[in-house]
Design a binder for this molecule. Structure first.
Ligand code: AGP
Length: 372
């Protein structure tokens, strides 16, 4: 009913708007004044976490994209090698697992069969499994050694939005926690990152307040057949997520690429008028990445692409090459996905509406996929 949707036309819009609160709730009470993280649902001994030799993340769909991003944070803050694998592929390749492997299973519903099977397989091989999950008491956390709940609240729309942002927050907290028990992260550093995470809610609100031009742009593209997405570093999984949202909601051909791969094939797809969304990393952090993507934008624009550039406030270098510019607030590099994903969610939702699609219940899809 309209009341359940809190005055929004769709659950998806309501859930997009709830993201700042979801992020805040997921952070709540998890770090004390001295910067010590306590994740009380982690029922794995600190000694086991201290001795883990690798982290393997398993997940599907949007949760898999969260895992791809989490890998950057985990390796950066802990220096433990981290792999990310689609849950549906995992057990079929006989993965190398032992009691020193920490498997992290990310799932909004906690009922995704592919992910559950990966969890069971990992535990049979003696690995420890930690679930990052949004649904209390669901099957995946029940069958795992530990759980870190995301507190996004119920997500009804088939397209995942607020669960994704909170999965990132939870995985980042986990990364910091691993750093803490292993001595690669200290109180001050942890406090600083937690402060940056706490600022994300306001920044998401800021993005949400400037979405009218994005909606207008989406409506103008309703007749297109293809939309491409490019990103680098943590922006690459964001590009994949933007494309997934568009597939499931707008039923359009959409693909995400690592921008550096363009010249290895995908650039052949660029022709007059093809919309390409480019997620631009901060010019302040790893400026090499930033400069490379700016030349990628020039290359595709010279070949006729309609460039839709998502870039940080104050980044003027992209202005001459952007047919459409979507501004996002400045964030530390690792945190940018939490704000850059938001315009892509809004874009997909509006395109779905413009094409007359059912936003909350896309064709052929179920909210949780309980078959393999
Ligand atoms: C996201 O928009 C999708 N509906 C889908 O990819 C989803 O993220 C995937 O099925 C995993 O679901 P889970 O998080 O409940 O395990």
């Amino acid at each position: 009913s309209a009341a359940e949707k809190g005055g929004y036309d769709y659950f998806m819009l309501k859930e997009i708007a709830e993201q700042p609160k979801a992020v805040a709730d997921t952070l709540l009470g998890r770090v004390d004044e001295s910067g010590v993280l306590s994740l009380d649902e982690v029922r794995i001994e600190d000694t086991v976490l201290r001795e883990a030799t690798k982290v393997v993340i398993v997940a599907c769909g949007t949760a898999f994209h969260a895992g791809m991003i989490a890998k950057y944070a985990i390796e950066h803050w802990t220096r433990i090698p981290c792999e990310v694998e689609l849950a549906s592929e995992f057990r079929y390749r006989d993965p190398i697992l032992d009691p020193r492997t920490l498997v992290v299973a990310i799932s909004q519903s906690g009922e995704t069969m592919d992910t559950l099977m990966a969890v069971r397989h990992a535990r049979e091989q003696g690995a420890k499994v930690l679930a990052v999950c949004n649904t209390n008491g669901s099957t995946i956390p029940r069958e795992s050694d530990a759980v870190l709940y995301t507190h996004a609240g119920p997500e009804v729309a088939v397209a995942s939005t607020k669960a994704f942002l909170t999965q990132l927050v939870a995985c980042y907290l986990l990364a910091l926690y691993l750093g803490q028990v292993r001595g690669t992260q200290w109180g001050d550093e942890i406090r600083a990152v937690v402060r940056e995470l706490a600022a994300i809610g306001t920044q998401v609100d800021q993005v949400l307040g400037t979405m009218e031009p994005v909606r207008e742009l989406a409506r103008s593209l309703a007749g297109k057949n293809t939309v491409l997405f490019l990103g680098r570093h943590v922006g690459y999984p964001v590009a994949l997520e933007g494309a997934l949202k568009l597939k499931e909601l707008a039923y359009m051909h959409a693909e995400g690429f690592a921008a550096g791969e363009l010249k290895h094939g995908p650039i052949a797809l660029i022709e007059e008028g093809v919309p390409v969304v480019v997620v631009v990393p901060s010019p302040r952090g790893r400026s090499v990445l930033h400069d490379k993507i700016v030349s990628n934008i020039q290359e595709i624009r010279a070949r006729g692409a309609l460039t839709i550039v998502v870039a940080e406030d104050g980044d003027e270098t992209v202005v001459p090459y952007a047919d459409h510019l979507v501004r996002i607030p400045r964030t530390p590099t690792l945190l940018q996905p939490m704000v850059s994903t938001v315009p892509l969610q809004v874009f997909a939702c509006e395109l779905a509406t413009a094409r007359g699609n059912e936003v909350d219940q896309p064709r052929n899809l179920a909210k949780s996929v309980t078959v393999e």
